[in-house]
Ligand binder design. Structure first.
Ligand code: ANZ
Ligand code: ZN
Length: 820
């Protein structure tokens, strides 16, 4: 036959693989040193619906590497599970009028079947869902360990609030002032919430990024760097009239202290309420009502009209001795630095604008260039207006003036040089149902009491029939029987914490659980994770470049310091794949340009869709589905398959006796394919496989013929190369070639180095019918190159003796005939 039946081949091999389980990772094999380990991780999906093109892309790319590692003789841990708790699943369930558990677990079964059909080399024996009590029991256990270490704590502070989802959000979940999930504008609320102390690791999270380059892309590393946002500056203490404690500010420009003509405290910081005089209190209260409606983005915007309230008190500038007024305003944030600033209108535009509105003095302390006609000058230049009896910065550049000022402040006990981070602690409590309950009991006598380990998991009450729509307080509060408990410490009446943990907590440690997914005695087996970890590759989307990766890195470092893992970075390499788009745009319902994965699979088959996704572009680039050709992919696969039917030599035929030209191509292709896969250039690897198929077809039809053992060698190589991308047709070819399944574990073809050495041929150069030179050239030299080489040869130049060349006849690579 000229073609194979795609559906029949898929139906034939799927059960065979289920039976063989070729991708079951064996701990013993690694422990005993029989094979080296590779841990291949790809982001686990949210079970909201069936798999889509995005899942298809990332897993197709991921599988090239995982399957390659198996072929190369590694023992590969390639697990998969579901990130099944959290807002996306809960919102979707509410919309579909279903209980989150029913909705979630139904989708998981659908996605599991799709994954199996899609033939990704996952070790399904290790699957779990983060919403399984067997899993979240350990999420809660880890929360308690964090709590013991002081890394989980509760505090009251202004938090991001999504008015639509009716829940708090972490800073990382606020994108351009809007909720990352639903796009609603985020507001602020004062609430008592649980946090993880990510800031304890700020410096290390930053420093170890250096070690992750270049196996992590610059883009992701820079996104993390900016998010952590380290800045160097100083804390400066200002004496406030009528108050004992100093008002401390954080500044990155201590050099401008001589120009500090007023101070600003965040209007919503407790400090503002402490400082304000009773006369000014009503004005502050009115102002606060407005401020609470604003987002951080609004508040920090430089182009907004400045507003604020005088607090009625003055402080003293420590260098000028001047009394300067203290204001409350919205452009200073409560949870950054100390929540208070020294305002330097000469060098800071927002301070300049504020000074204009409130008619405050402006003193430049850096000389702007002659042609400068702006307001605040933020650039470098010589210091001016910056001297008193004890310190003189005049003429110094910004850097020198900074360090001189810091030295002086430290000597006088007026301040100290400090490092500040933009990174905030991670807010982990959510007022929603579908997540792990926070394992804390609130007792009126004993305070926050951790649920004893042996009482974990704190299972979610089912709340069937309850209204789970977001209302701003956790629906768990309504489950009275569940909420009311006795205190584990004093036995008195107490209540459970009714909030649940953020989904990102579940996914911060899931890669550790895969090494011992069924262990009911511990979160993960430390020996096993130290053996398999860290992950050798992690493939996922850019959208997680900050959030999830940062949290997982934080968890790993914290667990390392608790002695539970031996490494501090979870992912040795990170590859972020592009998106599948259509007609130049992101696929979306509103644009009506969505492409259904199910439809594509039904039309072209799994292999052709996978091949298309891998071949379309380098992994990092977007794939425009309007520009690719799954039907072309299918044609190619049919062509490859036909080769396997043409081979007439027996398995084991000695390739050494075969056609050398074809053998060279085969060995070069296999050799290069390995390098290409290791460099993530999967698309080029596919292109080279296509060339090998063409060369083999030519050899069969018009070269050495189908019986030549070199043909068998070539077709077997094609099957193995294709097994990384198109597992069904590769298996079918392998069987037709007389082998047992599975081609996925056939082993990478051994490359004969001797066949990689560039061959050369002798080209003869004739002049007037006589041989004048013999040139050693590459067998695939071009006509132009050969002509040029011949005319430049010294013997030929001598023989020509200045005569005009009328014509050059070139027959590459063997002959050049010069006519004069
Ligand atoms: C005086 C000054 C003069 C400043 C000058 C800047 C320029 P980064 O780099 O982001 O750390 N600042 C400090 N705390 C703040 C808060 N809670 N809300 C808003 N702004 C705050 O920024 C640090 C600078 O931002 C600090 O240095 C402070 O203004 C301001 F010519 O102090 B600077
Ligand atoms: Zn108690």
């Amino acid at each position: 036959p000229q073609s194979y039946d795609v559906e029949a081949v898929q139906a034939k091999w799927q059960p065979v693989w289920e039976e063989l389980e070729p991708f079951r990772a064996d701990d013993e094999v690694v422990r005993s040193g029989q094979r080296e380990k590779r841990y291949a991780l790809t982001m686990f999906p949210y079970p909201s619906g069936d798999l889509h093109m995005g899942h298809a892309e990332v897993t197709a790319l991921h599988d090239v590497l995982a399957r390659y590692w198996w072929q190369r003789g590694y023992e590969v841990l390639n697990p998969m599970g579901w990130d099944s708790f959290g807002l996306p699943a809960e919102n979707a369930a509410i919309k579909n009028d279903a209980h989150p558990a029913d909705y979630t677990y139904g989708n998981i079964e659908t996605q599991l079947e799709s994954f199996k059909k899609y033939a990704v080399s996952f070790d399904w024996s290790r699957r779990f869902n983060t919403s399984d009590p067997d899993y979240y029991r350990w999420t809660q256990w880890l929360f308690l360990r964090m709590h013991e270490q002081g890394l989980a704590y509760r505090k009251n502070s202004p938090v991001n609030w999504c008015p639509n989802d009716q829940t708090v959000l972490a800073n990382e979940q606020v994108v351009d002032g809007a909720c990352e999930r639903c796009g609603a504008e985020v507001t602020k609320r004062e609430l008592t919430q649980w946090y993880f102390r990510t800031t304890a690791y700020a410096q290390e999270l930053l420093d170890s990024l250096d070690d992750l380059q270049p196996t992590w892309s610059d883009k992701v590393v820079n996104a993390q760097r900016n998010w952590i946002g380290r800045s160097e500056g100083a804390h400066v203490d200002f004496v406030v009239d009528g108050r004992d404690e100093p008002l401390t500010v954080y500044t990155t420009r201590p050099d401008t202290l001589f120009g500090a003509t007023f101070m600003v405290v965040a209007a919503d910081a407790p400090l503002a309420a402490e400082l304000v005089t009773s006369e000014q209190l009503p004005a502050l209260d009115d102002y606060l009502v407005e401020v609470r409606k604003e987002t951080d983005i609004d508040r920090l915007a430089t182009d907004r009209p400045k507003t604020g309230v005088f607090l009625g008190v003055h402080a003293t500038n420590p260098l000028t001795g001047e009394k300067i007024p203290v204001y409350a305003a919205d452009y200073v944030l409560a949870d950054y630095g100390t929540g208070a600033i020294m305002a330097v209108p000469g060098q800071d535009q927002r301070d300049w604008d504020f000074a204009q509105v409130f008619d405050l003095p402006i003193i430049r302390t850096v000389q702007p260039p002659a042609d400068f006609d702006g307001d605040a000058f933020t650039g470098d230049g010589p210091a001016i207006n910056s001297a008193n009896d004890e310190i003189d910065l005049s003429g110094m550049g910004v850097a020198e003036a900074k360090s001189t000022t810091i030295d002086y402040l430290e000597r006088q006990g007026l301040g100290r040089g400090t490092v500040n981070f933009r990174l905030r602690d991670w807010l982990v409590s959510r007022q929603r149902y579908w997540g792990p309950p926070i394992p804390i009991i609130h007792c009126p006598t004993c305070g926050e009491v951790p649920v004893p380990d042996d009482q974990l998991p704190v299972e979610l009450p089912e709340l069937r029939g309850a209204d789970l729509k977001p209302k701003g307080v956790s629906p768990l509060g309504g489950a009275e029987e569940w909420v009311n408990v006795t205190c584990p410490t004093c036995g008195g009446a107490a209540t459970r914490d009714t909030d649940t943990l953020d989904t990102f907590v579940d996914s911060s440690w899931y890669f550790l659980r895969y090494v011992s997914p069924h262990d009911d005695t511990q979160a993960f087996d430390s020996d096993l994770i130290n053996m398999w970890g860290p992950c050798d590759i992690y493939i996922g989307g850019d959208e997680h470049a900050v959030l999830h990766l940062l949290y997982a890195r934080f968890f790993t470092k914290a667990l390392r310091d608790m002695g539970l893992v031996s490494f501090g970075e979870p992912f040795s390499a990170y590859l972020s794949q592009g998106k599948v788009i259509n007609n130049g745009r992101k696929m979306s319902k509103s644009l009506g340009n969505g492409v259904s994965l199910g439809g594509q699979l039904a039309e072209f088959g799994v292999d052709a869709v996978r091949l298309t996704l891998v071949f379309a572009s380098p992994p990092e680039d977007n794939i425009d589905w309007a520009d690719v050709s799954p039907s072309g992919s299918l044609k190619f696969l049919q062509r490859a398959w036909r080769l396997s039917g043409d081979v007439t030599s027996e398995p084991g035929a000695a390739p050494a006796e075969g056609d050398v030209a074809l053998r060279r191509i085969t060995h070069k292709t296999v050799h290069d394919a390995a390098h290409l896969v290791e460099a993530y250039r999967f698309n080029v690897m596919v292109a080279r496989t296509m060339e090998l198929v063409n060369a083999t077809r030519k050899a069969i039809d018009s070269g050495c013929g189908p019986a030549d053992p070199a043909v068998r060698e070539a077709v077997e190589a094609v099957a193995i190369l294709l097994s990384l991308v198109a597992p069904y047709v590769a298996e079918e070819m392998w069987e037709r070639l007389g082998h047992q399944p599975t081609v996925a574990r056939a082993g990478w073809p051994v490359v004969d180095e001797a066949l990689l050495v560039e061959e050369s041929v002798i080209a003869v150069v004739q002049l007037k019918g006589k041989v004048k030179a013999r040139l050693e050239v590459s067998p695939d030299i071009s006509e132009a190159d050969l002509e040029a080489a011949a005319l430049a040869d010294p013997a030929v130049v001598r023989a020509l003796d200045g005569e005009t060349v009328r014509k050059v006849i070139v027959r590459a690579p063997k002959l050049v005939n010069i006519v004069v």
